[in-house]
Design a protein around this ligand. Structure first.
Ligand code: CA
Length: 191
């Protein structure tokens, strides 16, 4: 079965198709000052989270090692009441040898919720301001494994001088029914 997910984020129209029982969502976020034409593009480097922190939600099983690969080992979280509906908030810390001049970074999250649709908010920690910047809002429209991809070009504020990147994923805010969150893989790719 082929599924198609289409939604609009900012000025970028995203259309993703997938040939299997998995949804796919791709998000592109371009920051001011992007000038990809003058950049030397090195080979891609991939990183798994060095730490996972459940900010809101009940962690049932799993840890950072569970989301290092797409392998069926998962983190499971029960949603909790947040702002009048059910949701969870999870932060993923990446320890890398990247520097803030990295050309672009791509965050990939492979996950599902047991009840859909659910809203998904993706934020990156801004090391200049000390707060999270909400970069994309998506929807997990079907209760099967879905890949969300967030691409950030010119990611200067989101990589610390020591190479840290922190992703925050907030799911929910859409209903009054409890659900569980199953996360198989979270990956950072630098291009
Ligand atoms: Ca896994």
């Amino acid at each position: 079965m082929e599924r198609v997910v289409i939604f609009l984020v900012g000025t970028a129209l995203i259309v993703a198709t997938c040939p299997t029982q998995r949804g796919a969502i791709a998000i592109a976020a371009a920051l001011p000052g992007d000038d990809s034409s003058s950049r030397v593009v090195p080979s891609a480097m991939e990183f798994a989270p060095s730490a996972v922190t459940v900010i809101a939600g009940k962690l049932k099983t799993g840890d950072a090692s569970s989301v290092a690969a797409e392998d069926g080992a998962v983190i499971k979280i029960k949603s909790v009441p947040i702002d009048g509906s059910f949701g969870d908030i999870v932060e993923y810390d990446f320890t890398t040898d990247l520097n803030p001049r990295t050309g672009s970074i791509v965050l990939k999250v492979l996950q599902r919720t047991t009840v859909a649709p659910q809203q998904e908010q993706l934020s990156l920690f801004n090391f200049s301001t000390g707060t999270f910047d909400l970069l994309a809002v998506a929807e997990l429209s079907i209760p099967v494994s879905t890949i969300t991809t967030l691409s950030v070009t010119n990611p200067i504020p989101y990589i610390s001088e020591s190479g840290d990147v922190r992703l925050q994923v907030r799911i929910g805010d859409t209903g009054t029914e409890r659900w569980k969150h199953v996360i198989d893989q979270v990956k950072l790719t630098a291009l």
